[in-house]
Ligand binder design. Structure first.
Ligand SMILES: [Cu+2]
Length: 168
């Protein structure tokens, strides 16, 4: 058979000789079922003066933020995504909320509450209110696009506690 001469088709020949149960477990072992993003929530301590002008699209970005999210990766494949979140702060409660993002769009924001308006912004899921040192996990399915990961404790988004994630 001509397939035996092709390295590309080799794996199919091996699988074809197995039972159907073996095929599905082999497929599961080789295909990664989800993308993992590890996130550390950080800050410079509760004594640090919080910045207030570090929202998305604001002139300074969040380069001088006193709190933020550190991502193990900023790009993942579309499909199931697991966010494994740890609050690395010594003394401040943080969380991680996922929103869709379109370039040039302002994130709906409530000045009154000093928070992103979660309903208007299209809240997709969250690991809410982690105490210092605490961990949490969120698994959601994401389509290709850009997403905002933000902490929506009052004041934290404008302090610069957000990051962008690209889904391809
Ligand atoms: Cu926070």
């Amino acid at each position: 058979m001509i397939f035996f001469r092709s390295a590309v088709f080799g794996p199919f020949i091996v699988i074809a000789s197995l039972s159907s149960a073996a095929i599905s477990s082999a497929a599961m072992a080789s295909a990664q079922p989800f993308s993992l993003v590890k996130i550390t929530l950080w800050d410079k301590g509760k004594e640090a003066a919080m910045t207030t002008d570090q929202g998305i699209g604001m002139t300074s970005g969040n380069s001088s933020a006193t709190m933020g999210l550190k991502l193990s990766r900023t790009s993942v494949k579309a499909g199931e995504v697991v966010f494994r979140v740890k609050n690395g702060s010594q003394d401040i409660v943080h969380e991680m909320v996922v929103f869709p993002y379109k370039k040039g769009q302002d994130i709906p924001y409530s000045e009154k509450d000093s928070r992103i308006d979660e309903d208007a912004a299209g809240h997709l899921g969250e690991v809410s209110e982690l105490d210092p040192g605490q961990k949490g996990e969120l698994k959601i399915s994401l389509k290709p696009g850009t997403y905002v990961l933000a902490c929506n404790i009052a004041g934290h988004y404008m302090a610069g506690m957000w990051a962008l994630l690209t889904v391809k």
